[in-house]
Every structure is written in structure tokens, then in C-alpha cells.
Design a protein around this ligand. Structure first.
Ligand code: LLP
Length: 462
């Protein structure tokens, strides 16, 4: 297979801003190219070949792009922050053994929010000392697992502290704790993914902070290592992140003045990515430079020794590395109204359009540069009218059997997938150097029956 290494001139004008250092500003994985037949390839693998080999829908993840975003964060933190710094991958964006292993190998840490994400991280080889456990309603079992394994617990509320105090007598070491508080910062993103404003279920209210810090001075089982706040997700503005630095530095000054040797300042995640051509997010370098500069300035103003700077990128680390490949099936033309093309997946593998009205970009995998002369709506196969992946988008005329590639699906797709309509979850492959590694097996319909129990009295007798 001959691969052109030139940036691919796809039919839509979304390749103009290709910037190797900022994968979050691209729409396609960094290794996207055309083969000699004009087919779309990622890491040297033709997407339609992958579809044939692994079936559809298929999540394709480009290793080079994922490693590229990891190194973009690592390098930007080293360049812009004079103290120690570490990016923790927010694994809610896409949690798997393979992604964990890659992120760990790239030297990042990880944020988990459940026993499931925590086990995946530990089994994927992430060192416990680089993991933090979040959650606004952690179970006793989740807290015990974290505390026993030496994972840092981000205390979100009084109940976390009560449960940990109960577990403490059985623990060999004091629990490493961070305190999460709501910083009272508004930002412009979908209301479901805003978390920094005061009316949020996450974290201590800022007014509670002093009381909590006071309480912890009398808890020998706890070692308060850090403070945490997160303002939201898919954010394009930089100002809220600057404002956050000041609010967090005030909290840091307070905690240290009360005798807590706080070393970590964790500013959360939130950097947006490009889903459609008109999206214009800051680059990873630009975001880190702003955040790091604001933290340094805020600490200097207050005469504080620089903390270790932690951040928790999720979407901007994995989204652009992912492409979902579907087979087009039926077509419905409603003259004068709309043409529906239906694919063999939909809201169960990508619930973002129906949940947040999110927009995506797609091409035909084998004719990515053909003139996009039709306006179509790409629908999923679920029994729900709102199961639409792309509304009124331009595509070349497509027929049943054509393979559709949807870009920037690496974050919050697999991790938010469901079995609605008892549809099995897709397989996932990691592509690199012309090779695809299966990293998630395709669910089978029988798998969905594994946890069903039919009581004996309901079994039919004849
Ligand atoms: N840290 C904390 C505490 C978080 O709650 C989140 C995201 C992150 C970090 C990572 O944020 P990111 O860098 O990915 O923006 N399901 C939604 C997104 C929910 C985000 C939840 N928290 C979506 O599909 O847009």
C-alpha cells in the first residue's frame, strides 16, 4: 500500500489548521493519509479494510495522535511551569487497559472516578502514586480500594471524610488526600458539563473550606497533599482558567497558613477540541501556558512557594485520536424535506449528539476527497427519532455498503456507550505503523444475556 504523507485534502475544508503540536486543533488523527487508491488511512491502515476485518461499528484509535497529545502536555508543562508538574489523564474520557498502558508509558498520571476505572488503571500498569480517585458519592469499597493501594483520594464532601475515618484504623499508611471545592467560576459550555459554578453537586462549597481544613488538622490518618477544582469541559475560553488560578492560590494560602503542607494544586481539565471546522479551541501549548502563567503569578502575588501543578485533561488527550467507522445501510429520501442515511450504530456507541446536541464531521472512507454534493442526515439504528449522529451534513452520494468515518470520537464515546435496544458495543483497535491491534473485543448479543436471571416460576412450561 502506498501512503501519501501529505496532509489529506478532504472534501470539507477542515485540514487547513493542521498543527502537529496541537492534535486537539485537528479534526483527524495526525497520521491520516490517502493510499494509492485514494482511500482514507490512519497509521497506514485503510479504514475500509479495518471495517472488513473487524466489522462495524468500529472504534479506531491512532497511537501516534494519543502519544502526541501526551507529549504536548508533558512538554508544555516543562516549558511553561518552573516547578514540578504532572498531567493526569481523566480516564472517564475513554478507559481501557491499552489506553492506560500508553498513557502510563508516556509518563502521565490518571484520574479515576469509580472502582471500575481504578481497577482498569491499576491493571493497565499505572503506578498507584500517580492516580487520584474522584467522585461525589464514592462507596466505602471504592474508598477502601484507593486507600489500600496508595491512590490519592480527592475528598469531595464530608461523607468521604467520615468513611475514610472509619477505614483508617485498618490502614498501614495515612491516606493521601486532596480537597475538591467549587471555585464559583462560570464558563460557556453545555450546562450539563459545567462544574465550576456554585450550584454544582461536586466538591465542598468555598464557604466550607476553612472548616474542613480545620477539621483535618485533627485527623492523623489523613495527609492533605493537594487542592482540586475543575470548571467544566469543552471550554474554548482561557479567562476562566486564569480566574481559577487566583481562587486556588487563595485556598492554598489558607491551607498552608493552617499548617497543612499542601504541595499539589490540581486545576482539573476542560480544554476543548475541534469537532467541526468552525470550532477554534486554544492549542494544548496555549492552554498550558495560560494556566501555568496564571498559577505562577497568583502564587507570586501571595508570596507562596510554587506548588506542584497538576491538570486533568480528558477530551483533549484522546478525542482526536479516535475515528468511528460505520457501514451505511438503508436510505430514505423524503422529497423536499430530508434524506436519511442509516448506519449500523448510533446513540449506543456515541450518545453525545442526542445528549448535548454535539456536532461531528464525517467522510466516506473510500472517497474522502469526492465532491460532497448531497445534504444528508446520518441516523443511527436505534428506536428513537433523536438517534441522529450528523444532521444535514454534506457527503458525496452514498449507497448501502459504503463505509462512513466519523472523526474526533475518541473521547466520551466508548466510555458513555450503552446497550440501548440490546445492541452490542463495538470493537476497538489501536493502529500504529500499518498494524491494527485489537484492544476491545466486540460484544456479542449473547453477552447481553449474561446477567439476566429468569426466575423459575416464569419459565414457560410448554
Ligand atoms: N477532571 C474532572 C474532575 C472532571 O470532572 C473532568 C470531566 C475532567 C477532569 C476532564 O475534563 P475534559 O478535559 O475531558 O474536559 N460527557 C461529557 C463530558 C463530561 C466531562 C466530565 N468531567 C461530554 O461528552 O462532553
Amino acid at each position: 500500500m502506498v501512503i501519501s504523507r501529505e496532509p489529506v485534502a478532504l472534501a470539507q475544508p477542515f485540514e487547513a489548521d493542521r498543527d502537529a503540536l496541537s492534535p486537539n486543533r485537528n479534526l483527524t488523527p495526525l497520521t491520516t493519509a490517502l493510499d494509492s487508491d485514494g482511500r482514507l488511512t490512519v497509521a497506514g491502515c485503510a479504514l475500509s479494510d479495518l471495517a472488513r476485518t473487524y466489522g462495524t461499528p468500529l472504534y479506531v484509535l491512532d497511537e501516534a495522535t494519543l502519544r502526541g497529545t501526551c507529549s504536548a502536555y508533558r512538554e508544555a508543562l516543562a516549558k511553561h511551569y518552573p516547578g514540578e508538574a504532572l498531567a493526569l489523564y481523566a480516564s472517564k474520557a475513554n478507559s481501557s487497559l491499552a489506553i492506560t498502558a500508553l498513557v502510563a508509558a508516556e509518563g502521565l498520571g490518571l484520574d479515576a472516578v469509580s472502582a471500575g476505572e481504578l481497577l482498569t488503571a491499576l491493571q493497565g500498569g499505572m503506578p498507584a502514586e500517580r492516580i487520584v480517585l474522584h467522585g461525589n458519592n464514592k462507596s466505602r469499597e471504592e474508598l477502601a480500594l484507593a486507600a489500600e493501594r496508595g491512590v490519592t483520594v480527592v475528598a469531595d464532601n464530608w461523607r468521604d471524610l467520615e468513611l475514610l475515618a472509619e477505614l483508617a484504623p485498618g490502614l498501614a499508611e495515612p491516606v493521601r488526600l486532596m480537597l475538591r471545592f467549587t471555585p464559583g467560576i462560570e464558563c460557556h459550555t453545555h450546562e450539563y458539563i459545567r462544574t465550576g459554578h456554585l450550584d454544582s453537586k461536586f466538591g465542598f462549597d468555598p464557604d466550607q473550606l476553612e472548616g474542613v481544613l480545620q477539621h483535618l488538622t485533627g485527623c492523623p490518618w489523613a495527609r492533605l497533599t493537594g487542592l482540586h477544582a475543575h470548571i467544566g469541559s469543552q471550554i474554548f475560553e482561557l479567562q476562566p482558567h486564569r480566574d481559577l488560578a487566583g481562587v486556588m492560590a487563595d485556598a492554598l494560602a489558607l491551607a498552608r497558613s493552617m499548617g497543612h503542607p499542601v504541595v499539589d494544586l490540581n486545576v482539573g481539565g476542560g480544554l476543548g477540541i475541534r469537532y467541526v471546522a468552525s470550532d477554534d479551541p486554544p492549542s494544548i501549548d496555549g492552554w498550558v501556558s495560560t494556566v501555568a502563567g496564571a498559577v505562577v503569578a497568583a502564587c507570586q502575588e501571595r508570596g507562596l512557594a510554587l506548588p506542584r501543578l497538576l491538570c486533568e485533561p480528558g477530551r483533549s488527550l484522546v478525542a482526536t485520536a479516535g475515528v468511528t467507522v460505520y457501514a451505511i445501510g438503508s436510505r430514505k429520501d423524503i422529497p423536499g424535506l430530508r434524506t436519511y442515511l442509516s448506519v449500523d450504530g448510533g446513540m449506543s456507541d456515541n450518545p453525545r449528539p442526542i445528549t448535548y446536541q454535539s456536532q461531528y464531521t464525517a467522510v466516506l472512507a473510500d472517497r474522502p476527497t469526492a465532491e460532497a454534493s448531497e445534504t444528508v442526515t446520518v441516523a443511527g439504528k436505534h428506536c428513537e427519532s433523536g438517534d441522529v449522529l450528523l444532521k444535514d451534513v454534506s457527503l458525496p452520494p452514498a449507497t448501502s455498503g459504503d463505509v462512513l468515518a466519523v472523526f474526533a470520537t475518541g473521547a466520551y464515546n466508548a466510555s458513555m456507550s450503552s446497550n440501548y435496544n440490546r445492541i452490542p458495543r463495538p470493537a476497538a483497535v489501536l493502529v500504529h505503523d500499518g498494524v491494527a491491534d485489537l484492544v476491545q473485543r466486540r460484544e456479542q448479543p449473547e453477552d447481553l444475556l449474561r446477567y439476566d436471571v429468569l426466575p423459575a416460576r416464569l419459565r414457560s412450561v410448554g
